[in-house]
Every structure is written in structure tokens, then in C-alpha cells.
Design a protein around this ligand. Structure first.
Ligand SMILES: *Cc1c(COP(=O)(O)O)cnc(C)c1O
Length: 399
């Protein structure tokens, strides 16, 4: 086939075409799903050479795959597509977001760089992995302005999230990347997605996703992915091979499919989220609304009195942890997503006990507002001190 030069393509076009360029040539329209765990090879010398090459370089092996823990062609399509969307050379997929973060830490720790500088808040389990030092790392928590000063000769990573889970606090990634000097900045881009923010363009060397969230987008696949330069990707592939946190090929298939609607889903849900944030802001039952300047489909808000009553009161919105699905979810971070973080650290990083975090889906905005309005029910200053309403089975909040 002759290949004409391809002009640069927009994100929307890449979302539906990246990782699928060879399909027409294969006589296919939908990407093939390869569930093989192993692959036949009558040439064991060639196979030995491929294994040696992988062991020494971590480069994606040429030729037929060897074993599913090394690489998988379906997952490789998802990796190609995600790297294209994030504007990085490569991407490496893992069994979950936490497996992806673990691999990033292990790459650096294995080089003797066990110190991490991190900014709170982070996703609850990311905070826990660093605080507990499960992998032998040591963390220094800092404000964004304190990053440069906290860096030591053995600092292997600077880790941040923006917008952060669950407060939606935003960081100036460009400024932080500058403060990092030679130390790679790892930006968790799960909340923004490449549709709203491409951290690699702002100086982050490593872009991490819980693919479980927006990339999958339908609440039915667990996965993680790291978008980065090929040099770091090679190290990640070697760690993935040795530790086994691989993405299942069916998950790779579903994530590739999820990417094709990512721009449409994120833009539609963000418009609804912005409108809900505006209404919550104007509502006396709500003490404070957190909505990123960047936009996005996440809204967090602090209620005047009982967040548990709101969780108990929703009917259309699903009270559940996780986010980024086509349907709306709400949860109470202090009870669920950030339960594992020490209470004092939670409060110090702005995660109030009255904070609720909502992931806005693709439902109609009026239906979502009606549900929130009813669930907020008897909240607010007008009813403060009224124990009768709080316990009443007739209050709209306890439908
Ligand atoms: C969910 C989440 C993770 C962890 O991802 P899993 O796929 O659940 O392992 C990491 N970072 C952020 C911001 C998340 O929301």
C-alpha cells in the first residue's frame, strides 16, 4: 500500500482512528480481539532472540507475540491510540490504575531513587500506597510551591493530580514541571482526560490514567495506562513483564472502543456538570461548590448539614464510588474513596467531612437536577436545629 503523507489530525479524529490504521488492509472493520495466552513458534532461535531483545531493551518485540504477559496485539492498539491522544511517544497499559502507579514507582525505586515528592490531595489509594511505603518508597508531602525545595539526590518522582480527586483542586502543571528540574513529573490525568488537558505538553514526563474511569467510560472495565516517552515505556514494559500486572485483552478491546467516544462523552457530560455546578452554587443548602476552571464532568460540593442524607436520598444518580461512566454517580469521600487516608491529612488537604463528589454522566440535566434537588431535601440553614425534620420519614431527603 502506498502511504500518502498524513496531515496532523484533531483529537476527535484520532479518537476513532488511532490504533486502527491497519484494519482495512486486514479486511476488517472492528479491531480483532486476541485472547491467546501463548503463541506457536517453530523457530526457537528467533524466539530466543526476541526474548533477549525484550530483556535487554524493553522494546515492544518485533514479529509474532511470545506470551501474553509480554505483549498482546489488542492491548497494543489501545496503547497506540492513548499515546496519540496524550501526545506522547508511547503508552503502557496495566491491570488497573494502581498497577500502573506501582510500576512507575518500581521503575524508579529499582534505580535507587526511592524518594517521592507529592502534592495532596491524591486519589485515596495513591495516597495510601505512598504513605504506607509499601514498595519501599519514602514520601515528602508538599504544597505546590514547596516542590523544588523538597527534591533530594534520591528523588525519583514528583506525583500530582490536577484536577485532584476529590476536591478538584487545580495545579499549574507547567510551573510544577519547571520546579522538578531533572526529576520526572508524574501527572495523574484521570479527571481531565486528554480531551481537556494534555500534561505532556505542559512538561509532565509521565501521564497516568485510571482507565477504569473516563477512558473505559461505561463502568465495566478495570484498567490503567501510562503515557510517556519510549525510554520510560521500555522500563515499564520490563516491570510489567516481571510483576504481571497486565491488562486483560478484553479490557484492552473495551478501552479502545471507549476512546472512540471519549471526546463526545467528556464534552457532553462537562456541559451538564457546569450547569449543575451553577445551580448548586446558587443553592442555600450548599455551603461550597468545587468546579474546575478547566471544566470537566466532576462536581464536588459541601452541604450545609448531612452528606449521608444526600447519599441516601438519590434515586436516579447511583450512590457508588468510581467515576467517569455514562451514568451519574455520587459518593462521600470521607466515608469511601478517601477513607483510607488519615483523617487529619484528609482535612488538611481540603477534604471536608461534608464534601460530596459527583461524577456527572450523560443523563438530561433537568432529570439530574430534580434528583439532586430532592436528595438535598431538608438541608440548609433554614432547617438547622430542626431535629424533627432530620428524623422524619416524610422529608424529601429520605424518600
Ligand atoms: C480510580 C483512580 C485511581 C486508581 O485507579 P484503579 O483503576 O481503581 O486502580 C488513580 N487515580 C485516580 C485519580 C483515580 O480516580
Amino acid at each position: 500500500m502506498t502511504t500518502a503523507p498524513v496531515p496532523p489530525r484533531s483529537l476527535a479524529t484520532e479518537a476513532v482512528h488511532a490504533g486502527r490504521e491497519d484494519l482495512a488492509e486486514l479486511g476488517l472493520h472492528a479491531p480483532p480481539l486476541d485472547l491467546s495466552t501463548t503463541y506457536p513458534s517453530y523457530d526457537s532461535r528467533a524466539e530466543a532472540a526476541r526474548i533477549d531483545a525484550f530483556a535487554t531493551t524493553g522494546a515492544q518485540p518485533d514479529g509474532p507475540p511470545v506470551y501474553a504477559r509480554l505483549d498482546n496485539p489488542t492491548t497494543a492498539r489501545f496503547e497506540t491510540a492513548l499515546a496519540r491522544l496524550e501526545g506522547t511517544e508511547s503508552a503502557v497499559a496495566f491491570a488497573s490504575g494502581m498497577a500502573a502507579l506501582t510500576a512507575c514507582l518500581m521503575v524508579r525505586i529499582s534505580m535507587g531513587l526511592r524518594h517521592v515528592v507529592a502534592v495532596r490531595p491524591l486519589y485515596g489509594c495513591s495516597d495510601h500506597l505512598l504513605t504506607a511505603g509499601l514498595l519501599g518508597s519514602e514520601v515528602t508531602w508538599v504544597d505546590p510551591a514547596g516542590v523544588a525545595e523538597a527534591i533530594r539526590p534520591d528523588t525519583g518522582l514528583v506525583i500530582v493530580e490536577s484536577p485532584a480527586n476529590p476536591t478538584l483542586a487545580e495545579l499549574d502543571l507547567r510551573a510544577i514541571a519547571h520546579s522538578c528540574g531533572e526529576v520526572p513529573l508524574l501527572a495523574d490525568n484521570t479527571f481531565a482526560t486528554p480531551v481537556l488537558q494534555r500534561p505532556a505538553e505542559l512538561g509532565a514526563r509521565i501521564v497516568l490514567h485510571s482507565a477504569t474511569k473516563y477512558l473505559g467510560g461505561h463502568g465495566d472495565v478495570l484498567g490503567g495506562v501510562v503515557a510517556c516517552d519510549e525510554e520510560f515505556a521500555r522500563k515499564l514494559r520490563q516491570v510489567r513483564f516481571a510483576t504481571g500486572g497486565v491488562l486483560h485483552p478484553l479490557a484492552g478491546y473495551l478501552l479502545l472502543r471507549g476512546l472512540s467516544t471519549l471526546p463526545v462523552r467528556v464534552r457532553a457530560a462537562s456541559a451538564t456538570a457546569a450547569e449543575l455546578a451553577r445551580r448548586l452554587e446558587a443553592d442555600p443548602r450548599v455551603a461550597r461548590v468545587h468546579y474546575p476552571r478547566l471544566g470537566g464532568a466532576m462536581v464536588a460540593f459541601e452541604v450545609q448539614d448531612d452528606p449521608h442524607a444526600v447519599i441516601a436520598g438519590v434515586r436516579l444518580i447511583t450512590p457508588a464510588v468510581s467515576l467517569g461512566s455514562v451514568d451519574s454517580l455520587i459518593q462521600h469521600p470521607a466515608s469511601i474513596s478517601h477513607r483510607i487516608v488519615d483523617e487529619g491529612d484528609r482535612h488538611a488537604s481540603g477534604v471536608s467531612d461534608r464534601l460530596l463528589r459527583m461524577s456527572v454522566g450523560l443523563e438530561d440535566v433537568e432529570d439530574l437536577w430534580n434528583d439532586l434537588d430532592a436528595a438535598l431535601g431538608a438541608q440548609g440553614p433554614a432547617l438547622a436545629g430542626s431535629d424533627v425534620m432530620g428524623g422524619s420519614a416524610q422529608g424529601p431527603g429520605v424518600r
